[in-house]
Design a protein around this ligand. Structure first.
Ligand SMILES: Nc1ncnc2c1ncn2[C@@H]1O[C@H](COP(=O)(O)OP(=O)(O)OP(=O)(O)O)[C@@H](O)[C@H]1O
Ligand SMILES: [Mg+2]
Length: 241
């Protein structure tokens, strides 16, 4: 379970998070919607301890993240896979080495075991036989999928997706959305999806949280939020937030 309790975060005089309260339950898929610059990526970075709150509490599996030691953070990051906003792959490394990165760093797997695990992860994202390609030989959708394969390599309990479909065509976006749901269901991965894509959020989420003014302005099941959060969601879609 991931919990934010009244989390505040400012950069100089820019008050980004102003009392975030959010609980993500075991096995849940929750989407975070909100305008650009409202602190969605900043929120995700608190979960893996890249950023520290100025005030408030961030808990993952009963651990208080801001007080974790270096080792504690390393252990945490094995359990939390991240698909970063830019799907930042290492361009100088093959697809295989990108997917194997955490395995080499954090496990003592043999080369044959690494080969097997990399192939498994690529199969999960419906890519096969691309191990030896370089990232610059891949399409945008393939890059996202390789990023996803890398995120699941350590068999995480959680995956944080930062705009997994941005820049993809609608068909590829749907494929990625299906994949996110499949990973959640088959591997029971608790998932947070940050997105601007209201349709994606509506299609795949158990709950949607709408961020506004540094707070969770509305939260609920997609059907609920389109009623309760209706006005805000409409404003968000119409570009008024
Ligand atoms: N390390 C940092 N130092 C200073 N300011 C930062 C830092 N990280 C984020 N910010 C600022 O915090 C605000 C929120 O950033 P964040 O990246 O969380 O936005 P976002 O909601 O993810 O937006 P987008 O939808 O465009 O990705 C921005 O104004 C950004 O400039
Ligand atoms: Mg962002």
């Amino acid at each position: 379970m991931i919990e934010f309790k009244d989390v505040y975060k400012s950069f100089d005089d820019k008050h980004v998070l102003r009392g975030i309260n959010l609980t993500v339950n075991e096995g849940e898929l929750i989407s975070i919607l909100g305008p650009s610059g409202c602190g969605k990526s900043v929120t995700l970075k608190h979960i893996i301890g890249i950023l520290q709150p100025d005030r408030g509490e961030v808990w993952v599996d009963g651990q208080f993240v801001p007080k974790l030691s270096r080792n504690g953070l390393q252990e945490l990051r094995k359990r939390v896979g991240v698909l970063f906003q830019s799907a930042a792959l290492f361009d100088s490394m093959s697809v295989k080495e990108n997917v194997a990165f955490m395995l080499r760093m954090h496990t003592r797997m043999l080369e044959t075991e690494i080969d097997k695990r990399v192939a498994e992860c690529l199969a999960q994202v419906e890519l096969r036989g691309v191990e030896e390609l370089n990232p610059d030989e891949l399409s945008g959708g393939m890059r996202k999928r390789v990023g996803l394969a890398r995120a699941i390599a350590m068999k995480p309990n959680y995956i944080l997706y930062d705009e997994p479909t941005t820049g993809l065509d609608p068909k590829t976006a749907i494929i990625i959305g299906d994949l996110i749901v499949r990973l959640q269901r088959q591997l029971n991965i608790t998932s947070i999806v940050v997105t601007h894509d209201v349709k994606l959020a509506t299609d795949i989420s158990d709950r949607i949280a709408l961020f506004h003014d540094g707070k969770v302005a509305a939260i609920g099941a997609p059907a609920e939020i389109s009623q309760d959060g209706g006005q805000l969601i409409r404003q968000f879609m119409e570009g008024q937030l």
